[in-house]
Design a binder for this molecule. Structure first.
Ligand code: HAM
Length: 425
């Protein structure tokens, strides 16, 4: 019996891994263009970090974490998200002592024990950023603009940016109270999960997908009417800057997101064609989290983007835009001295940065040409006995079948110079 991969995990195979590399290249380039520097934190952390950072009543902490005891009986958890670990690292290394804002980005796997379905996995990849030390609404907008630039540069054009504000600990309690009293008489009709949210986090009821809960909250009071002046002004500025940057957005007054740490701005970016798991990214401001985690009062804002979902959406919208480029060339040989020449030339060409391959299965020329074709090679260098005697390689350009002879001594330099030219030349 063979062993299959665990449910909810993926192998990223050749053909797909090249697409990931294109996505990762865009992430590194664009994050750095915005002044963010990469941080790599451990895959597992002390369980308490997530309990305190994300909130014990959240779905993630209460039912989705991969938690285990190590051999020293410490409770550890595979990271379900990136914000809490980055905050921990920011505090542990006293990065707040350096020039602010501190702008960090990360790329890597996250783990959540969720029911797997299209676009939802138990191990999935996120890239994200966290910016510490500034409460400026223009920074919220930078944070929203950045993933949009990644999507657009890769060819993803159709998505919806939803924003909202969820207030702060000064104005939220009054709103929570208003929400509770609105639902007080119908509490028993809420779904079981929402009944447990009623006391500790009633705002999350707004996010419930159950039809009855949606119906019961249809006319619920909106946070906008309860915001303190600071939160109201902040939200107005976020919208003004989004308009300045010509970012299309919708204000969804029911958007709350599933983490305890958010304050003020929250946002989510959705691609409708993805179906039930349509969020390709989301984030928001968390001005109290650093302090709650034991650090000095420090504002924070960030986002996380699900990389599998971005690739799924790209496949739907951009077709083969992410198609990997093939090999540059293939060296066909007939064994013996011709093989030696091919091995030496392949070595030289690779050292010059060209992608080349040759036959290791003693195949016929016909089979080697087939292999070259499959690999996407732009040219095939044919090295036969006659070529060896003339000290000249025969180069066949695959796009039109024309051939030319080139001295072995200069062939590598010649092909390296030609190597990156468009195929029709
Ligand atoms: P999140 O909304 O939980 O936020 O995750 C961000 C993105 O990760 C989602 O929009 C989605 O694209 C992807 N994602 C989440 N769960 C899965 C899954 N099971 N399978 C595939 N993709 C998934 C956060 O994680 C916050 N830490 C974002 C943040 C950073 N907020 C502030 N800073």
């Amino acid at each position: 019996m063979t062993i299959a991969r665990p449910r909810g995990t993926n192998d990223i195979l050749p053909g797909e891994s090249e697409q990931w590399q294109v996505l990762e290249e865009a992430i590194h380039r664009i994050c750095q263009a915005y002044g963010y520097r990469e941080i790599r934190t451990p895959i597992f952390e002390h369980t308490e970090l997530f309990e305190r950072g994300i909130g014990e009543t959240t779905d993630i902490v209460s039912k989705e974490m991969y938690t285990f005891s190590d051999r020293g009986q410490r409770s550890l958890t595979l990271r379900p998200e990136g914000t809490a670990p980055v905050v921990r690292s920011f505090l542990e290394h006293k990065l707040y002592g350096q020039a602010l804002p501190t702008k960090l980005y990360y790329v890597g796997p996250m783990f959540r024990y969720e029911r797997p379905q299209a676009g939802r996995y138990r191990q999935f990849y996120q890239f994200g950023v966290e910016a510490f030390g500034s409460g400026d609404p223009a920074l919220d907008v930078e944070i929203i603009a950045m993933p949009i630039q990644v999507y657009k540069e890769l060819g993803l054009e159709t998505f919806e940016v939803c924003i909202n504000t969820i207030g702060c600990p000064d104005c939220r309690p009054a709103y929570r109270e208003a929400l509770r009293s609105h639902l007080a008489d119908s509490k028993s009709q809420l779904c079981r999960s929402c009944q447990t949210k009623y006391d500790r986090s009633p705002m999350r009821i707004l996010d419930c997908k159950e039809a009855t809960c949606q119906e019961l909250t249809k006319d619920a009071p909106l946070i906008l009417d309860y915001l303190c002046s600071g939160c109201r002004d902040h939200f107005a500025e976020v919208k003004r800057y989004l308009e300045l940057l010509e970012v299309d957005f919708v204000h969804d007054p029911r958007l709350v997101r599933g983490f305890d740490y958010y304050t003020k701005t929250v946002f989510e970016i959705k691609v409708e064609s993805l179906g039930a798991q349509d969020a390709v990214g989301g984030g928001g401001r968390y001005d109290r989290l650093v302090e709650e985690m034991g650090g000095p009062p420090t504002a924070g804002v960030g986002y996380g983007v699900g990389m599998e979902r971005v690739l799924l959406a790209l496949q739907q919208q951009a077709g083969d835009a992410l198609k990997p480029s093939g090999m540059d060339g293939f060296l066909a040989q007939f064994g013996g001295a011709t093989k030696e020449q091919a091995v030496v030339l392949a070595h030289r060409l690779r050292a010059l940065g060209l992608k080349v391959d040759l036959d290791y299965l003693d195949r016929s020329l016909k089979a080697q040409m087939k292999a070259a074709n499959r690999s996407g090679a732009r040219w095939v260098m044919i090295i036969g006995q006659e070529e060896l005697e003339n000290n000249q390689a025969r180069i066949r350009w695959m796009y039109d079948g024309t051939e030319e002879a080139v001295d072995f001594d200069t062939a590598a330099q010649y092909l390296a110079a030609k190597g990156k030219e468009p195929i029709t030349q």
